[in-house]
Design a protein around this ligand. Sequence first.
Ligand SMILES: C[C@@H](N)C(=O)N[C@H](C)C(=O)O
Ligand SMILES: [Zn+2]
Length: 194
Amino acid sequence: QSDSSFVAVTSSENKLVFDLKYATSDNFLKAAVYDCSTCFLREEAAIALKKAATRAWKKYKLRLKLFDCYRPLAVQERMFALVPNPEYVADPKKGSIHNRGAAVDLTLIDENGIELDMGTSFDHFGVEAAHTYQNLTEIQKSNRKKLLSIMKSAGFKPLPSEWWHYNYGKSRKFSISNANLCATKEDLNKVDVN
Ligand SMILES: C[C@@H](N)C(=O)N[C@H](C)C(=O)O
Ligand SMILES: [Zn+2]
């Protein structure tokens, strides 16, 4: 069994900012589908995320803002029912890397907490969100490139169709979960990004 355990990602010094969209109704489902707004990940992925946050801060004085981390399979099914296009929502029959606790949706924020302009909003399900999309300003291209370089240096791989989605390492080695981790979060270890 190659799974590392789930951990709750925390950030005592705010190097990471959490804005878990699916814990609110500000998302494409127009409903809060998580019971809590804690970012859960496999421990290996959490440690890699910590590395990415350190890199963002040391190299660019930027911070990472997380939109999504672990996602239970039942939520994936609900998403796919609404957007049955695997370029934008993974087919629950195969499982998303979010369901395995090894994917993150995120962006970069500046010292004032303002999101860098990436050319589209989070969960814009169109060609404009793709890494290959060229009709962007030089600043938008440079912002996407910064995020890509930060995440790659920490062992994450991009999803071609979504600038905000990154999978950690050999992500399919982690098994799919449908656990409601909020229910057990007091028992989980933490990885603090400080
Ligand atoms: C729904 C979107 N935020 C996302 O994460 N899409 C990828 C393809 C996924 O569902 O794994
Ligand atoms: Zn994602």
